[in-house]
Write a protein that binds this ligand. Structure first.
Ligand SMILES: *Cc1c(COP(=O)(O)O)cnc(C)c1O
Length: 398
């Protein structure tokens, strides 16, 4: 079938036809000027919307000065952003890279290396949970364990022991003398917006302390304000040893970070890891500005409030559309609408109403608005969804 496709691209993404020319705030525009409300936000990446004046200024100012120097030289913006991230989180150390999967790779390497460094190299396995997504590199597809992602890419990388999420007794039974740590995605985004209960995170934290193993949080999607706290772990009152960030942290510029405590990072000595592009001056100029904007008074609290507002309105939508909608779930502006059928058609119909959304597993449609969206835009999206379901029902029943 793909043999007849004239595209020079890999077929990995299918061949989408909808394309955009420019964006402003929460809206995207096609080249003929048609406007779409962007509640996919580049899959939780455009956290401050499109063409935010301060981000444009930070990027263009830096672009006219210096793009890239490599990590053979000091990059002052790295020190600044790392220090700032540490000030507002559990962490004392930061390593910058370019994508979520890379930040997860760094997290996995950091955990293994910690135990090797303290004389326990046999502690090199990580416990992971079904439904989590950690990226598409060879290590992170093994960690994620999703068969569709592993298919055809054998041999599967060893070192991950996967169990279902939510069962603390099972976690306890799975820990052995070879366990280096536990990887948790606090709200499983790609997996269908499954919010893990705070009590589970607390229990996992206690087990990690008991066995002197490391808690790694994959906050690639949940971090940087998305759930209505700067980091999702702050909802549960626990702190990780290592955390991966990406998506929103660069506001659309490729940027990722692995954060760690001094203890957890102690094995990552000079020469143990590296990245050519990681933390380059362009990325740092944007990353520092994104964090400054997110730390402005009331920003994350407003995300939490708007999230509650959206969840309430969606609960009403569900009541009127219970023939389609099974559940509304989420935290902050990471919102899932679970349908009783795969959401692909509904996402397409919603796009015909000029509102963009993203799919997730478990028949879930994700709404991932820019974090600086407004209540009026949330109303607009939900009204469009209501129209969509009405039309879709008519079409289905005719
Ligand atoms: C998107 C995502 C990743 C992978 O990020 P990439 O930038 O695509 O490599 C990893 N973990 C989680 C939780 C994600 O949502």
């Amino acid at each position: 079938m793909d043999g007849t496709n004239k595209s020079s691209l890999f077929s990995t993404y299918g061949h989408p036809t909808l394309a955009f020319d420019h964006g402003k705030g929460s809206y995207l525009f096609t080249s003929d000027g048609t406007r779409y409300l962007d509640f996919a936000a580049g899959i939780a990446v455009n956290a401050l919307g499109h063409a935010h004046p301060k981000l444009v200024e930070a990027l263009t100012t830096q672009a006219s000065k210096l793009w890239h120097v490599s990590n053979l030289f000091a990059i002052p913006g790295q020190e600044k952003l790392a220090e700032h991230l540490c000030d507002v989180s559990f962490a004392q150390r930061v390593f910058f890279s370019n994508s979520g999967a890379e930040a997860m790779e760094t997290s996995i390497k950091t955990a293994r290396r910690y135990h090797a460094h303290i004389g326990q190299p046999e502690r090199n396995r990580l416990i992971t949970f079904t439904g989590a997504f950690h990226g598409r590199t060879l290590a992170t597809i093994a960690a994620g364990g999703k068969l569709e992602h592993l298919d055809g890419f054998a041999p599967r990388m060893d070192g991950f022991d996967q169990i279902i999420a939510g069962d603390l007794d099972l976690v306890r039974e799975t820990i052995t003398s070879a366990t280096a740590g536990i990887i948790v995605e606090p709200v499983q985004g790609e997996g269908g917006v499954n919010v893990l209960p705070p009590s589970f995170l607390q229990g996992v934290r206690a087990l990690c302390d008991e066995h002197n193993i490391l808690l790694i949080l994959d906050e690639v999607q949940t971090g940087m304000g998305r759930t209505g706290k700067l980091f999702a772990y702050q909802w549960s009152g626990i702190e990780p040893d290592i955390m991966a960030l990406a998506k929103g942290i660069g506001g659309g510029f490729p940027l990722a970070a692995c954060l760690a405590t001094n203890k957890a990072a102690s094995g990552m000595v000079q020469g143990s890891h590296g990245s050519t592009f990681g933390g380059n001056p362009l990325a740092m100029a944007v990353g520092n500005t994104v964090l400054d904007l997110m730390l402005e008074d009331g920003f994350v609290e407003d995300v939490a409030d708007k999230g509650l507002y959206a969840l309430q309105k969606l609960a009403a939508l569900k009541d009127g559309n219970s023939d389609f909608i099974e559940e509304i779930r989420g935290k902050g502006l990471l919102i899932g609408i679970k349908f009783n059928e795969p959401p692909a058609q509904i996402i397409k119909c919603l796009a015909n109403e000029h509102v963009l959304s993203a799919p997730a597993a478990q028949n879930t449609l994700r709404l991932l608005p820019p974090l600086n969206t407004t209540r009026a835009e949330i109303d607009e999206a939900i009204e469009a969804l209501e129209r969509t379901l009405t039309k879709y029902r008519k079409r289905r029943n005719s």
